[in-house]
Design a protein around this ligand. Structure first.
Ligand SMILES: Nc1ncnc2c1ncn2[C@@H]1O[C@H](COP(=O)(O)OP(=O)(O)OP(=O)(O)O)[C@@H](O)[C@H]1O
Length: 284
């Protein structure tokens, strides 16, 4: 098994803009009928950052990711990624991003290799390069030994790694991970954390993730934004947010509770909780 550090430089970020803004939203809004799921979102993410979007069930995190990944049109406002407008230059945006959704994105009836082959075609990777690219990614993720095994026989952690592998085949500048460790055991969760850190540290990949796990955000993120009921309430580094509470040994949990209140006050619906549990179960 080859780990990330030992692998070749195939994932060198194509055009890395140090210190520059890679993602920006201006008043980005999404309404479903009369309900505003995302309300005038203004965030920036610098190249090379790990940025975390936190919030209780139903806060609007997945809706933000769907708009940024061009899967859902905005009702108002705008967003740009790597200099491309998400609405008007969606093809260029799709080439610049990788996306690992909450829902299962690997086919259990195929092998890991076959799943990756489909994605090389989706990403228009030239036929001559496909095989090499797939094996590079499999080694990179530590999945080479199970490449020809059916995915339905993979563990939850292996499926998650395969899904991340699928999303980096085209060497994206920024990766979107929607609840990347939900339903994983602590060992698999740590492996995903290590992958995220190595992607950033060794290859300068910018990471945009959502998570319910505040320990995960504290461990991984350079900056976080806390969302509640469609609005960003605060943004900052975990260290600064904790320091801002004026409480000794404050944790990110304290910050979260301070800004979002308790669960009853957050307006979480039965539907939202059911959906989160279903996502957790599918990897468990
Ligand atoms: N297609 C849709 N039609 C109507 N309402 C929707 C739709 N998609 C999302 N919503 C609602 O918008 C709100 C935000 O949903 P979203 O999935 O973005 O929240 P979230 O913060 O990602 O929650 P979770 O942590 O549970 O995934 C929720 O109240 C949800 O029910």
């Amino acid at each position: 098994m080859t780990n990330l550090t030992g692998s070749a430089d195939w994932l060198a970020t194509p055009s890395h803009y140090p210190e520059s803004v890679l993602l920006e939203t201006q008043e980005l809004t999404r309404r479903f009928d009369n309900f505003t799921a995302v309300d005038r979102l203004n965030i920036t993410v610098a190249a090379g950052e790990v940025f975390g979007l936190l919030g209780p069930n139903g806060a609007g995190k997945s809706t933000v990711i769907k708009m940024l990944t061009t899967l859902l049109p905005a009702s108002a406002g705008k967003a740009s990624i790597a200099g491309y407008d998400v609405t008007h230059q969606s093809q260029a945006v799709r080439r610049a991003i990788g996306y690992v959704p909450q829902a299962l994105s690997a086919d259990g009836t195929l092998t890991g290799y076959e799943n990756l082959l489909i994605f090389t075609k989706l990403y228009d990777i030239p036929a001559k390069q496909r095989q090499q690219r797939i094996w590079d990614v499999l080694e990179f993720m530590g999945l080479a030994e199970v490449a020809h095994r059916l995915v339905r026989n993979y563990s939850g952690g292996m499926i998650r790694k395969l899904e991340i592998a699928q999303s980096i085949l085209h060497r994206p500048q920024i990766m979107f991970l929607d609840e990347p460790t939900v339903g994983l055991d602590p060992v698999a969760r740590n492996q995903v954390w290590n992958l995220v850190q190595e992607l950033r540290e060794n290859y300068g990949t910018t990471i945009f993730l959502t998570t319910h796990f505040l320990e995960e955000a504290d461990h991984l993120c350079n900056r976080v934004a806390i969302m509640n009921r469609g609005k960003v309430i605060t943004t900052g580094s975990p260290t600064d947010l904790k320091a801002g509470l004026n409480k000794q040994n404050a944790t990110l949990d304290d910050v979260f509770i301070h800004y979002t209140g308790d669960e009853l006050a957050s307006g979480v619906s039965y539907h939202d909780i059911k959906r989160t549990r279903r996502n957790a179960q599918r990897l468990g």
